[in-house]
Design a protein around this ligand. Structure first.
Ligand SMILES: N[C@@H](CCC(=O)N[C@@H](CS)C(=O)NCC(=O)O)C(=O)O
Length: 199
């Protein structure tokens, strides 16, 4: 049985959404974590080395970091195909967007939120406005991140766009808003939101 180390309304919600799309049995284990307001603490039950969520255990394997978990799950569970397999001509693009989310997009948007000065050639990500331009230009030509097919890239990058717009970390452009409406209309997204709703 898959166990997701999770906390509602956090980044691990993306993995709940993905598991719902994949239609595989799973359980969640709610864990505490260190919050930005100084409350909360690492949970000894969480296998993530920094006590972050998400982390996941499946059949003796432990995986941490959202991108790695998404790739692991979409490669292993293929009753519902949520990402191109090795050898598929779209595989490279898939991997690129999965890694883009934590490596480029998220630090760029966080940079704006925290008022950090960008330094080209030193930081591994790009300036916020440049990232927004790349994402908008891509969505101007594509229904989803991999063209016409919804994939886990839309959960990781697209879900990030949706929530970061909500928190004012990225500009609400018409392209972002139309795309976000398209992906959040999915039943699996709604199931995740209901499951994680504050009780
Ligand atoms: N790079 C991680 C980020 C995970 C992350 O930072 N999650 C937050 C909750 S949204 C957390 O667990 N924070 C606790 C901490 O920073 O110690 C990923 O993409 O999975």
């Amino acid at each position: 049985m898959i166990t997701l180390y999770h906390s509602p309304q956090t980044r691990s919600g993306s993995i709940v959404w993905l598991l719902e799309e994949l239609e595989v049995p799973y359980q969640t284990q709610h864990v505490t974590f260190r919050k930005s307001d100084g409350t909360g603490e690492k949970d000894p039950a969480n296998p993530h080395p920094h006590g972050k969520v998400p982390a996941l255990k499946d059949d003796g394997e432990t995986i941490f970091e959202g991108g790695a978990i998404a790739l692991f799950l979409t490669d292993k569970y293929r009753k519902v195909k949520m990402g191109p397999a090795p050898g598929d001509p779209r595989r490279g693009e898939y991997l690129s967007w999965l890694f883009y989310r934590p490596g480029v997009m998220e630090p760029a948007f966080m940079e704006r939120r925290l008022g950090i000065q960008h330094v080209n050639g030193m930081m591994g990500w790009a300036k916020t406005e440049e990232v927004e331009e790349v994402l908008n230009n891509h969505l101007a030509k594509n229904k989803y991140f991999l063209g016409d097919e919804f994939s886990a890239a839309d959960i990781m990058v697209g879900g990030g766009i949706y929530f970061m717009m909500m928190f004012g970390m990225t500009a609400k452009t018409p392209l972002f808003e139309e795309y976000a409406a398209r992906i959040t209309a999915r039943p699996a997204f709604k199931r995740m939101m209901e499951r994680d709703a504050p009780k």
